[in-house]
Design a protein around this ligand. Sequence first.
Ligand SMILES: Cc1ncc(C[n+]2csc(CCOP(=O)(O)OP(=O)(O)O)c2C)c(N)n1
Length: 309
Amino acid sequence: MCVAKALDDRMHILVKQGRAPFVGSSRGHEGIQVAATAALTPDDWLVPHYRGLGNAVARGLTPREWMLAVFAKAGDPLSGGRNIPGGSFAHKRLNIAPVSQVVAAWIPKAAGVAYASKLLGDGRVTLCSFGDGATSKGDFHEGLNFAGVHRLPVVFVCENNGYAISVPLSLQAGNPDLAARAEGYGMLGVRVDGTDVPACYAAAREAVRRARAGEGPTFIVARLWRINSHTSEDNQAKYRPPEELEDAARHDPLLRFEDWLIARGWLTAQQARRIRDEVDVEAGEAADWAEQQPDARADELEAHVFAPG
Ligand SMILES: Cc1ncc(C[n+]2csc(CCOP(=O)(O)OP(=O)(O)O)c2C)c(N)n1
């Protein structure tokens, strides 16, 4: 969680300095992202959304790899410098499936990945994440319906931050209790506080266990707060009142988990500070290193897009 935050913070600095083009921030989402990914084994499939930096880092994405993507460098393992940062987390070594940036389009794809696992009998579980806005797309319905019909080994995680850019959940769903939809798809619906890391881990672990045991898919809805604007192209102060923004900053899963660990004597405030400082330095070094790497080549733009000849 600290690494994801450090990379996020560093990207904001890089954008302000005019060195990087764009940030899609995962601040506020790291709790469920890291906890849910921790419930998987390395062989399981991950199909995260563009905000899923915490998923990718928990999976093993290194700060240097991430910064190669941020600067669109040739060595970027996610898209070879073709996508905006977070546009796709495709990563072969980490079993992160390539998805498109089109909202919700990866949900039926995740069901397809899980269907393949079922047919192959390979015992793998697929974890698919998306935002509350994605739940009003047809792809959401088709993906969950297919998964329910075939009792697929998949865990759907809705990271409900209450907004799709500036559109509030009240304009997205007639019933704000999104987990209630699970029943209609013949799967288990689970509600969890997305800022409570141990609760997120317990919910994800049970859902992964069910999937692996052939008990079918689970739809987890994690309520959380988007701490930053939708992206660096957005200004949330234009559509969220100041009290709400202060409230969002108070719902930081990282601070909450730190307090939880400190209260149990498993971490001291000094150790927490040291971890934060260390990963900040690592993120800065990764950025400086990545910036010096060779750019993606323009003449390779169409590689892996069109068949040669
Ligand atoms: C089909 C489609 N429509 C619109 C967009 C532009 N867009 C990108 S992210 C986004 C909001 C999605 O909100 P939500 O699913 O709640 O996820 P969040 O970004 O809040 O995590 C929109 C509308 C898009 N990428 N794809």
